[in-house]
Design a protein around this ligand. Structure first.
Ligand SMILES: Nc1nc2c(ncn2[C@@H]2O[C@H](COP(=O)(O)OP(=O)(O)OP(=O)(O)O)[C@@H](O)[C@H]2O)c(=O)[nH]1
Ligand SMILES: [Mg+2]
Length: 370
């Protein structure tokens, strides 16, 4: 009998080497990570221990294997037999059964859709933070199921870690929405999109108020949208002016635009927060661009919301290359996401968010185009 150890980067590769040298009759005795002893720290991959009853003929096949790492443990006879092996069919079946098991294991680790890696790597490639990738990959099915079933399972798990109740109550009279967010996040554009929906689709009367008296042309920008939509636009020079303006116009739905802030401007952030207080906002919509890093997203959202219960409008998802970072931030925050804005066109480039839609985006990868 010949017993030999073969190594390779995968069990499958090591087995192929074993069969190449020992022949198809070789029986697999054991397999496992190559580094099974601590001093073998230089070894990578996997080994298999294979045995055959039949001496191996010296052939080019053998010399090829010798050069790729076969490592003889014990040897018996050395002459090749002329006859066909007795009981060969039985051993062949054993080898095939073991190969099937190995195939199944490799299939679990590397589903076809994941491009040869694990689901963990698949999620990392979409830039999902490591801990969320590990968490989601841990929910994957055991690998016997179809790729579609595994993807559906993963999508369900991702959706359960996201909160996205969708649209704000744009049809309810008395709704006052204060829109906050960092500079250039798309606050004013989002207001224009939602106000159009309110006015044209739901038939509600709308009032637009801006508290942005800092930026040149901020008032003009909102007035332009108001003019196109044929809705009144008011300017609040101080947050204290808001209650009177809201009363004066008596619109069903009021949108209050605020100047953009960075987290390093605490005084200005405070001013937007007082708009929430004075306007007695029914909803605070925090516009956050999907293009920022996970940590900046979380930090900015927490600072700008200042302890208020805000829902998110995720903007600029059309400019994102890999959705994992921002979706990881949403999983960290677990705040409700109301809308996803996916372009500059008013009003069409926005739609109510759903956890399933966001999870689907994560698994698809790339930019989000509605
Ligand atoms: N690609 C893309 N661009 C967007 C989106 N939303 C807004 N924009 C663009 O982003 C730029 C800034 O939009 P604004 O609506 O002025 O942003 P803002 O938050 O009001 O900006 P400030 O008031 O200056 O803080 C404009 O060029 C918009 O057309 C979006 O969803 N996708
Ligand atoms: Mg603006």
């Amino acid at each position: 009998m010949i017993v030999k150890r073969f190594s390779g980067l995968s069990v499958e590769e090591a087995l192929i080497r074993a069969k190449w040298e020992l022949g198809d009759e070789a029986v697999l005795l054991s397999s496992g990570p190559a580094r099974d002893r601590w001093w073998k720290f230089w070894e990578r991959g996997y080994h298999v221990l294979a045995a055959t009853d039949y001496p191996v003929a010296k052939s080019p096949r053998t010399s090829l294997v010798d050069s790729t790492g076969a490592n003889e443990v014990a040897a018996g006879q050395s002459q090749a037999p002329e006859r066909a092996p007795a009981g060969g069919d039985e051993r062949w079946e054993q080898v095939m059964a073991l190969l099937t098991q190995v195939d199944r294991k490799i299939g679990q680790a590397a589903p076809a859709g994941s491009g040869g890696g694990t689901w963990y790597q698949y999620l990392l490639a979409r830039e999902l933070p490591e801990e969320w990738a590990r968490d989601l990959a841990g929910t994957a099915l055991d690998g016997g199921e179809s790729e579609e079933a595994q993807l559906a399972q993963l999508a369900g798990a991702a959706a359960s870690r996201l909160s996205a109740p969708g649209s704000l109550p744009l049809q309810d009279p008395g709704t006052v929405i204060v829109v906050i967010g960092p500079t250039g996040a798309g606050k004013t554009t989002t207001i224009a999109k939602l106000a159009t929906r309110c006015r044209l689709e739901l038939g509600s009367s709308v009032l637009l108020i801006t508290t942005d008296t800092y930026r040149v042309a901020a008032v003009e920008q909102l007035k332009t949208f108001g003019g196109i939509l044929d809705v009144p636009v008011a300017v609040a020079n101080r947050p204290q002016d808001l209650p009177a303006l809201i009363r004066e116009y008596g619109a069903d739905v009021v949108f209050i635009d605020t100047p953009g802030h960075s987290v390093s401007q605490p005084m200005q952030v405070q001013q937007s927060l007082s708009a929430i207080k004075y306007a007695q906002a029914t909803d605070v919509l925090l516009c956050m661009p999907a293009t920022v890093s996970r940590s900046l997203f979380v930090k900015t959202a927490q600072k700008l919301a200042g302890g208020h219960k805000a829902s998110l409008c995720l903007t600029k998802v059309d400019e994102v290359l890999a959705p994992g970072a921002v979706l990881g931030a949403l999983m960290d925050l677990n705040w409700p996401v109301s809308y996803v804005a996916h372009g500059q066109n008013v009003p069409e480039d926005i739609h109510p968010a759903s956890a399933e839609g966001l999870a689907g985006w994560l698994l698809r990868g790339g930019a989000y185009h509605g």
